[in-house]
Design a protein around this ligand. Structure first.
Ligand SMILES: *[C@@H]1O[C@H](CO)[C@@H](O)[C@H](O)[C@H]1NC(C)=O
Ligand SMILES: *[C@@H]1O[C@H](CO)[C@@H](O)[C@H](O)[C@H]1NC(C)=O
Ligand SMILES: *[C@@H]1O[C@H](CO)[C@@H](O)[C@H](O)[C@H]1NC(C)=O
Length: 425
């Protein structure tokens, strides 16, 4: 459905030409590949590193919370303050969830007489500056929302052609993050609408995370690396198994384009919102972590169940997401009816691998991963740590590993090849 225009072709061509001149990031070569073999696709980062926005942010995927998935338009400053409080009191902030992001509906439906955006005086009577001060006092960062169009999706004023004014306003309030949506875009190509806000944010001198919400319409992985710190690759997620799995597969396609500074964004988490089972939410969180997706909590953190908290506070899974190597894990293998038995994996620092065995079928099954699918020689001995059980389940696995996985569930592991020393924590 993406309409290719001459302008777009020129832009893409231009990027490819300048990319030739810039050194791509060099990954450590994997020691278990024999020299004759071609590295398998999980190490392919050939598209990464050429175009990233250089504002110093997003060395690892952003973590925090966003109001939309639970509250939609029903937000106010009390909810945002209490959310900041809850992120701290639950310990989630300490685990890395530091962005408190206000989504659509924070502003009045019309600009003031000077043409400036105005904060909704009923729901945010103290203003965004006071809210930012409060959030900062908790050691957290504040995110806000606008739209690269005439209006936001909920029909508040959009920032298209107001980029400088809006960026200055956000910076003056102490905003740290901008989610920039794609509604009412007047049919102008996103390649034209998103860079002006990048430049306006940069010109403020305040370091502001720039999150593109272009819905994947013009394949932003191909051009957004130089524009934003993350770019949505798909339509909005909803709180269902069908949506979550569809989006995971769509986002997977762009794995080679992500890396420190710029990430593929398959949309925010639905964990805790009630539309999926515990196993499905655990799979959602595991796969998002592996895919180096932004981990933006989308539930009411003031009122979480113990199960929700257990999932989003799993430090070992978070560590995979935040691993400094910054390579997006991907689907490396699938088999069975409708390819329902799936192996997802990606390299980690320290020559380790993150591996997820995911059963997308409706019955429990044993899923097996062979070393070949992971780029390991079959004689390599591997210690296998289960990130949900929090224990080593096997010390010297050779050639393959298999486990029973419940319907719609996944198991997640870190594989450490035996020649790598690991701590036994
Ligand atoms: C503005 O962009 C330049 C060039 O990428 C970068 O070095 C600088 O850190 C940016 N400044 C801010 C405030 O983002
Ligand atoms: C949620 O997403 C799925 C998959 O894209 C879609 O089939 C379904 O209609 C959506 N549900 C709602 C309520 O939007
Ligand atoms: C807390 O969440 C439960 C569902 O898990 C819900 O029934 C209850 O109304 C919520 N309480 C508040 C104060 O939002």
């Amino acid at each position: 459905m993406a309409k290719i225009t001459m302008g777009m072709l020129t832009t893409i061509l231009y990027f490819y030409v300048i990319s030739e001149a810039v050194t791509a990031r060099v990954l450590p070569s994997h020691p278990y590949l024999n020299g004759q073999e071609k590295p398998i696709n999980i190490f392919d980062t050939s598209k990464y590193g050429i175009l990233q926005l250089g504002n110093g942010l997003a060395k690892t995927p952003q973590m925090g919370w966003n109001s939309w998935n639970f509250f939609a338009c029903d937000i106010n400053e009390k909810v945002i303050r209490e959310t900041a409080d809850a992120l701290v009191s639950t310990g989630l902030a300490k685990l890395g969830y530091i962005y408190v992001n206000i989504d659509d509906c924070w502003s009045e439906p019309v600009r003031d007489l000077k043409g400036q955006l105005v904060t909704d005086s009923k729901t945010f009577p103290s203003g965004i500056k006071a809210l930012a001060d409060y959030v900062h006092s908790k050691g957290l960062k504040l995110g806000i929302y606008s739209d690269a169009g005439a209006f936001t999706c909920q029909v508040r004023p959009g920032s298209l052609f107001h980029e400088k004014d809006e960026a200055n306003l956000f910076a003056s309030w102490g905003v740290d993050y901008l989610k920039y949506d794609n509604c009412f875009n007047l049919g102008i190509d996103p390649e034209k609408r998103y860079p002006p806000m990048r430049d306006a944010l940069n010109a403020t001198g305040r370091t502001i995370f720039y999150s593109l919400c272009e819905w994947g319409v013009h394949d932003p992985a191909l051009w957004a690396g130089k524009v934003g710190n993350s770019w949505r690759t798909t339509d909005d997620i909803n709180d269902s198994w069908a949506s979550m799995t569809t989006i995971a597969d769509l986002n997977d396609k762009w794995a080679a384009y992500a890396g420190p500074g710029g990430w593929n964004d398959p949309d925010m988490l639905e964990v805790g919102n009630g539309g999926m089972t515990y196993e499905e939410y655990r799979a959602h969180f595991s796969i998002w972590a592996l895919m180096k997706a932004p981990l933006l909590i989308g539930c009411d953190v003031r009122n979480m169940t113990a199960e929700t908290y257990e999932i989003i506070s799993n430090e070992e899974v978070i560590a995979v997401n935040q691993d400094p190597l910054g390579v997006q894990g991907r689907k490396v293998y699938s088999y069975g009816t409708d390819s329902c038995y799936q192996v997802w994996a990606g390299p980690l620092s320290g020559q380790r691998l993150a591996v997820v065995l995911w059963n997308r079928g409706s019955k429990p099954a044993t899923i097996v991963v062979g070393w070949a699918a992971l780029g390991l020689q079959s004689s390599i001995r591997v210690s296998v740590r289960d990130l949900w059980k929090h224990e080593y389940v096997l010390e010297n696995a050779v050639a393959s590993f298999s486990t029973r996985v419940d319907a719609h569930a996944c198991e997640m592991y870190v594989f450490t090849p035996s020649t790598v020393t690991h701590s036994s924590s």
